[in-house]
Design a protein around this ligand. Sequence first.
Ligand code: NAP
Length: 253
Amino acid sequence: MVKASAVSLGRREFFELIIGGITLGATASAPLSALGQTAGATSIKIATIGAGREGGAIGTLFAKLGHPVMFSARNPDQLKDLVASAGPTAQAGTVADAVAFGEVILLVVPYPAIEEIGRDYGKALATKPLIIDVSNPSAGRDGDAIVKFVADQGGAGLATAKLLPGAHIVRAFNAIGAGSLATDAHRPGGPGGVPIAGDDPKAVALAISLIKETGFEPVLVGGLAKGKYLVPGTPLAGEHSPAEIRKIAASLT
Ligand SMILES: NC(=O)c1ccc[n+]([C@@H]2O[C@H](COP(=O)([O-])OP(=O)(O)OC[C@H]3O[C@@H](n4cnc5c(N)ncnc54)[C@H](OP(=O)(O)O)[C@@H]3O)[C@@H](O)[C@H]2O)c1
C-alpha cells in the first residue's frame, strides 16, 4: 500500500525524483528498484477519463495500491459500484472534476471521444506531467472515419497527440484486456510485459514507475510514432513477456 505520510516529499520534489532517477530513453529493463521503492511510498492523484471495463480495471489497480483515484465519465452516478469495489481511496466525479483532481490522467474512452475531450479540456490536460492513453480506435465500434483519421496521422500515438496538443502522452495498457488486469498483475513467475510508447522522457519515466507499481513490466518500444503498434491486431497486441516484447519491438520499423 502507498503510505502518503511515509516520505515527506512535496509533489514537485517527488516528480523530480522520479524523473531524475531514470536515464532518458531508458527501457523499462533498466534497474528501477530504488526508484520503485520511493514511488511506492508516495501517493499520486490519478484520474481516469472513462471508467468502463478497462478504465475501471486499471484505476482499481492504482486504488488498491493506495493512490487516490477519481473515476470519471459523462454519467458518474453510474460509478458507485466501481468506487465501492475499488476501495477507500477511490471516488467518482465528472470529467471536469477528474481533470482538476488528477496529477496523472488515464484516458480510457472510445477513441472518438478524445476529440471532444481535447476540445473541452485540452489546455488543462497539457499541464499534466503524464496522460496515459489506453484508448484504441476500432472500426467495428467507432466507425471507419476515426480509423482513417488515425491512420492519416501515423497511428494512434500521433493521432492522440494531434487531438491533445501539448499533452505529455504515453500509450500503455492498450493490449491487456480488462478481464486479465487483476489476475495478471504481480503474477507468479515474473511480470507480464506492457509495451509503452511516448515522446516525452519525463512522462515516460513517470509512466514506467507507475506501471511497475501495478505489477507489470513496462517496456518502452519507442516514441509516439510507435503507438501505431500499440493497438489490437499488431504483433505487439496480446499478452507477452517483457523479453518477447523486446524481441517483437526490435523487428518493427
Ligand atoms: N476493454 C478492454 O479489454 C480494453 C483493453 C485495452 C484497451 N481498451 C480501450 O479502452 C477504451 C475503453 O474501453 P472499455 O472497454 O473500457 O469501454 P467501455 O466499457 O464502453 O467504457 C467506456 C467509458 O468511457 C466513458 N465515455 C464515453 N464517452 C466519453 C466521453 N465523451 N467523455 C468521457 N467519458 C466517456 C463511458 O462512460 P459514459 O458513457 O458515462 O461517459 C465509459 O465509462 C477503448 O478505447 C478501448 O479500445 C479496452
